[in-house]
Write a protein that binds this ligand. Structure first.
Ligand code: G3D
Ligand code: MG
Length: 277
């Protein structure tokens, strides 16, 4: 046998990418995992989990880390879907779009309170994406630093398009988790505006279907497919679109459940739509 020193430790860590729609979350994951950037994409409906193994050295020790990267629905108001995806995550990448300052504001007002409430005060890495589109980089860096200092987080400017800093931000979140220096208790979320109720109905329908279908990971791909087929715009669902989606979900359920259950499920979901504003 060859003695080559201590074996690296194998660990598995769940991380989330959070931030408003179209800031570049899916593109960053795609760039990191397959090293590609594609300009044609479909808006992420629901949650997708991608795995990537990396090797890290932390405090002089080697680790093999399996990053389970959760790409979560980027729409505000889908809080039931989100809270259930957030649970058990050990670190989060908070992504904003440098060309849209309101996406930074929404990290502070919505995404950070949401994650702290569901997952506790886990390490965050702030990512200002689309750096390829801006000039006067310095002022953006200063803003980012000021913002991230308040959360004791690292901050980077990145580009999923050029690849700049993409590898670095994923490695950094891995390191932050392994260092695990956080001890503060969970901070309570600030009050948020109530989401528009049609979005809440949509959120509840998605959760209801997933619960019936054996959980988020099994249900979400189906929801995603059926919502697209039904032509539902997740940002701005209409009652008509949601009714189509509920009918399509019922058709899928027909393949695994008895007629009575399917009807009951369908009626319950239609009632949610009727009750929405
Ligand atoms: P999301 O997952 O956060 O919703 P996406 O965002 O990854 O789907 O990206 C939204 C749009 O921004 C896509 O453009 C994507 O190509 C673009 N994008 C993502 N990252 C970058 C970047 O670093 N630089 C530039 N220039 N564009 C980026 P489309 O045109 O397909 O909507
Ligand atoms: Mg996406």
């Amino acid at each position: 046998m060859y003695a080559v020193g201590p074996m690296p430790e194998y660990v598995k860590k769940k991380i989330l990418l959070l931030g408003d729609g179209a800031v570049g979350k899916t593109s960053l994951i795609r760039r990191f995992v397959v090293d590609k950037f594609s300009d044609n994409y479909i808006a992420t409906i629901g949650t997708k989990v991608t795995k990537k193994d990396i090797k890290l050295k932390v405090n002089g020790e080697d680790y093999f880390v399996s990053l389970m990267i959760w790409d979560v629905l980027g729409q505000k108001g889908y809080s039931a879907v989100q809270a259930s995806s957030f649970r058990g995550s050990q670190g989060a990448m908070m992504v904003y779009d440098l060309t849209r300052p309101e996406t930074l504001q929404s990290l502070e007002e919505y995404w950070i309170p949401q994650i702290f409430e569901s997952a506790g005060k886990i390490p965050l890495v702030m990512v200002g994406n689309k750096v390829d589109l801006i000039d006067r980089r310095k002022s953006y860096e200063e803003d980012a630093k000021e913002f991230s200092d308040a959360y004791e987080a690292q901050s980077y400017l990145s580009s999923a398009k050029s690849g700049e800093n993409v590898e670095k931000i994923f490695r950094m979140i891995g390191k932050e988790i392994l260092e695990e220096k956080r001890v503060e208790e969970v901070e309570k979320s600030v009050e948020m505006d109530a989401p528009p109720s049609i979005v809440r109905a949509s959120d509840k329908i998605i959760m209801d279907f997933c619960n019936q279908f054996g959980g988020l990971e099994a249900g979400m791909p189906i929801v995603r497919e059926q919502f697209i087929k039904a032509g539902v715009n997740i940002k701005n669902p209409t009652k008509e679109g949601l009714i189509r989606a509920v009918n399509m979900l019922a058709e899928v359920e027909m393949t695994i459940k008895d007629h009575q259950t399917v009807t009951r499920n369908r009626n319950r979901r239609l009632a949610l739509i009727r009750g929405a504003r």
